[in-house]
Design a protein around this ligand. Structure first.
Ligand SMILES: Cc1cc2nc3c(=O)[nH]c(=O)nc-3n(C[C@H](O)[C@H](O)[C@H](O)COP(=O)(O)OP(=O)(O)OC[C@H]3O[C@@H](n4cnc5c(N)ncnc54)[C@H](O)[C@@H]3O)c2cc1C
Length: 815
């Protein structure tokens, strides 16, 4: 074993091997992989090897496509067979909702370059004769699905990496990890120590335990998973002989099963409801290449449906039953990337579909390590999407929920119940009394809308308009015509203080910092000139700032800030989290309400738009900013949690003479669309540039900032695509608004995609934001209205708008 290396990858499953391969491919060849047993000895060796391109997140789908395409390359380069089978795959829908979901998946696949086809049950039967077509209403056929040999793939990666200089140490257990003062690592193994500049935790079934070696509790949990393989079946042989093809793979939503040919028989796996975690507290190091005891009773409900849907399966003899553990994060997507606040520490774990995703995970992580940026949008896999609150119990509850819903539809307006409520603010009970329908984000409950008194605070889940629709319309009207009150604690809040704060922030932000007592909006870029943040920056003193950003990105953004703090500085960067909570008042009477509760003059001359100041409201000390994401006259008021209930009572009381109404997140999203305001994660993501996103007014080239050179280069050549704002004409019979990720069509071709959408209740129009090629964003053709958005299988006309549908001059905010 070497005594030092640039990177020590811990874990020789399909993911660790892929990371190793991609590091060497990116030019880092002084790298080692350390595996406690044989390669594949975790979950990889007993995987069913299936691979799919579809994923709920289009960016993850792209990485899955990449993974599948990679296999022939590594097979050719290594000389190691990966046993690639690509018979294609069917997703079988048994009801209208699932067929709608498949139509939406097909639509999303269009701009990802996927060739997906919706077919009838009889066409599905022709491809997959084992099925009984009466149980299905349609299917999606994906020609790029299949299966590989997991051991072959892992070895192929390792061989390719070794060819480029990597070393692989098998039967070597990493027992401890110690960080030196310079950020490098001593990797302690049972065969001696190795000094590594970087470590990668690809520990798979033991990733949580490897994390614990450095005090990290990663949100990852192993789950038992079963599949069975039948004896050879005549039906399979007949199909193979008649067509010359292997049976395609099939995924059956109702049965929660996947099924594919395995040699002359069939392999069938289930995601059973009565799912069981493996080693929920601590994974034993003694676990070798072992299987768990199968439990047919647990999968009996799925088998029952399988035998009905595929009768030949009922009579086929069972050759093997495999029960093995594999790992999940709370939302089922991998955990990839650098760990906040710990230098040179990377993870690539919780990869539940290693054969579909391992290649993409390896590529993203290796690019991130070697170039400082993953080079693609991997937000859905970024380890930073979970905070420290995602502890053992949270992870256990969420992973079980996710596992048991693996083949269920999660509707765009659906809020899943497990592990809730976790974080609540002090006014949770107050808002519950007002019949709030709650949603959760980043562990925090926030009100979505307020059900009418006496009615159950529950929303119908649907792809179309729900029972919330008329009520959200009323909430919007209250804000636009009178005054509304909502909770805004679900922003991320940071405080930056100490000598040098202003210079430091200025070097990260594209916009000029505001003057003391003012707020400015800014973008934050990576060196490639892409958007890594969007903030409201409020300046309380020369070197005292509050930053407000997306709560979901709290770890993501704080990781960035901490990584960019200069050495030996006096700057204090704090994540305020729920130590600062907020309420927002908006609408034409917002000032009247607040003025009745404070002695400070709130007249525009004294407290103009984008002011920020310390104000007492009643007895409550608060920070108040004059701004509102509703686009109306509005104020955001920030207080310590112990004051939030009193603040709510004061404002609610003061609001009554003005007809104050409560409004929730749904109304806020509708109103921000009405004002053409983008949002982090949808319009603003690291795949877009600020020019593409139309953030021109945040860009001031009078100072130096990260990403400036790339921005200037882009300014010179012009952006490739542009964000567009569209008025959509929904189906009049069954109106459905845009959700996000729908394709945008022009002249019979898919030219872009939607990032978000909503019905703007007050303006009475269905709206969308999305991206199209820059040329199209300004052409007369598109302006004339021949763009279309595909909504649940129907192409609906969409008209390009060039300004917000409400108050384009922004007068309401400024009055
Ligand atoms: C029954 C079953 C069927 C499946 N079917 C599919 C499928 O059809 N398609 C699909 O894509 N996925 C499938 N999977 C999931 C797939 O197996 C996993 O996604 C994949 O194996 C994850 O790979 P990994 O490298 O992250 O983890 P692992 O395979 O668990 O590898 C981690 C490795 O790290 C090593 N290690 C851990 N800690 C240390 C340490 N301290 N020192 C040294 N070495 C260490 C372990 O020994 C292990 O070899 C299935 C899983 C199961 C259980």
């Amino acid at each position: 074993m070497k005594s030092s290396t640039q990177v020590a990858v811990i874990g020789g499953g399909v993911v660790g091997a892929s990371v190793l391969y991609h590091l060497t491919k990116a030019g880092w060849t002084d790298v080692v992989l350390i595996e406690r047993k044989e390669l594949t000895a975790g979950s990889t060796w007993h995987s069913a090897g299936g691979m799919h391109t579809l994923n709920g997140d289009p960016n993850v789908s792209k990485l899955q496509q990449y993974t599948i395409e990679l296999y022939k390359d590594i097979e050719a380069q290594s000389g190691q067979s990966c046993s690639i089978h690509l018979p294609g795959g069917l997703m079988l829908a048994d009801d209208r909702e699932r067929l709608d979901w498949l139509r939406m998946a097909q639509a999303r696949g269009r701009y990802l370059g996927m060739d997906l086809e919706i077919i009838t049950p009889s066409e599905a039967k022709a491809l997959f004769p084992l099925l009984e077509e009466q149980y299905f209403v349609g299917a999606l056929f994906d020609p790029v699905e299949g299966h590989v040999d997991p051991t072959g793939v892992t070895n192929a990666y390792a061989i390719c990496a070794r060819q480029l200089g990597a070393e692989v140490y098998r039967h070597t257990w990493v027992s401890d990890l110690r960080q030196r003062a310079d950020g490098t690592w001593d990797v302690v193994t049972d065969k001696g120590e190795i000094h590594a500049e970087h470590i990668v935790n690809a520990g798979g079934l033991w990733a949580r335990e490897v994390g614990r070696m450095i005090g990290l509790e990663l949100p990852v949990l192993g789950m038992e998973h079963m599949y069975l393989v039948t004896e050879n079946m005549d039906e399979v042989a007949e199909h193979n002989a008649a067509t010359g093809h292997e049976m395609p793979m099939a995924l059956d939503f109702e049965g929660e099963i996947y099924i594919r040919q395995e040699q002359g028989g069939m392999l069938m796996g289930t995601y059973e409801q009565a799912c069981v975690p493996w080693s929920p507290r601590e994974a034993p190091w003694s676990f070798d290449m072992e299987l768990l005891e199968p439990d047919l009773d647990r999968i009996a409900p799925s088998l029952e449906i399988a035998f009905k849907h595929y009768p030949a399966m009922a009579t086929a003899g069972i050759k093997t039953i495999v029960n093995g553990p594999f790992t999940f994060a709370p939302d089922g997507n991998p955990l990839v990337g650098p760990i906040r606040g710990i230098r040179n520490c990377w993870v690539a774990c919780a990869v539940m579909a290693g054969l579909s995703q391992g290649g993409g995970v390896g590529l993203a992580l290796a690019t991130w390590m070697t170039e400082g940026d993953p080079g693609m949008d991997i937000w859905a896999m970024d380890v930073a999407r979970f905070g420290d609150w995602a502890n053992l119990a949270y992870t256990n509850a969420k992973v079980r929920e996710n596992y048991s819903r693996r083949f269920r539809i999660t509707f765009p307006n659906e809020e899943l119940p497990a592990a809730r409520p976790l974080h609540t603010t002090p006014i949770y009970d107050r808002l519950t009394e007002h019949n709030a329908v709650w949603g959760a984000g980043f562990g925090l409950e926030h009100p979505l809308w307020f059900q009418r008194p006496g009615e159950e605070p529950v929303e119908d889940v649907t792809f179309r308009r729900s029972n919330a629709f008329p009520i959200v319309a009323e909430e919007c009207r209250a804000v636009r015509e009178r005054v509304g009150l909502t909770e805004c604690s679900n922003f991320a809040k940071y405080k930056v203080t100490g000598a040098g704060s202003a210079d430091w922030l200025q070097g990260l932000f594209t916009n000029r910092l505001p003057k003391v007592g003012r707020i400015s909006l800014t973008a934050m870029l990576n060196p490639q000139g892409r958007i890594v943040g969007e903030f409201s920056v409020a300046r309380a003193g020369d070197d005292e700032f509050f930053l407000f950003g997306s709560q979901a990105a709290e770890v993501y953004h704080s990781r960035w800030f901490l990584a960019h703090l200069p050495a030996g500085h006096a700057i204090r960067f704090e994540v305020l989290a729920l130590s600062l909570v907020g309420l927002s008042v908006a609408g034409p009477h917002a000032r009247d309400v607040l003025q009745s509760a404070t002695a400070e003059s709130l007249a525009t001359a004294d407290f103009p738009f984008m002011s920020f100041r310390h104000v007492d409201i009643g007895m409550i000390p608060a920070w108040m900013g004059r701004m509102s994401y509703t686009g109306d006259l509005g104020y955001e008021i920030w207080v310590a949690p112990e004051h939030q209930r009193a603040l709510f009572d004061v404002l609610w009381h003061a609001g009554q003479p003005y007809g104050m109404g409560l409004f929730g997140f749904r109304a806020l999203m509708a109103m921000r669309m009405e004002k053409m305001f983008g949002t982090w994660y949808r319009e603003y993501r690291p795949i877009y540039t600020p020019l593409e996103a139309g953030m021109d007014r945040y860009l001031k080239l009078d100072h130096d900032f990260v990403g400036r050179a790339a921005l200037e280069a882009e300014m010179a050549r012009g952006p490739e695509r542009r964000m567009v704002y569209l008025a959509v004409d929904p189906d009049p019979d069954e109106p459905a608004d845009v959700i996000g990720d729908e394709p945008i069509w022009h002249d019979g071709e898919v030219v872009g995609w939607v990032t978000s959408g909503a019905y703007a209740h007050y303006s009475g129009v269905s709206l969308a934001l999305g991206y199209v090629p820059a040329a199209l964003a300004s052409t007369g053709a598109a302006a004339a209205g021949d763009l279309e958005i595909e909504i649940i299988g129907h192409r609906r006309p969409a008209r390009l708008l060039h300004e917000p549908v409400l108050d384009p001059s922004g007068q309401r905010m400024r009055e």
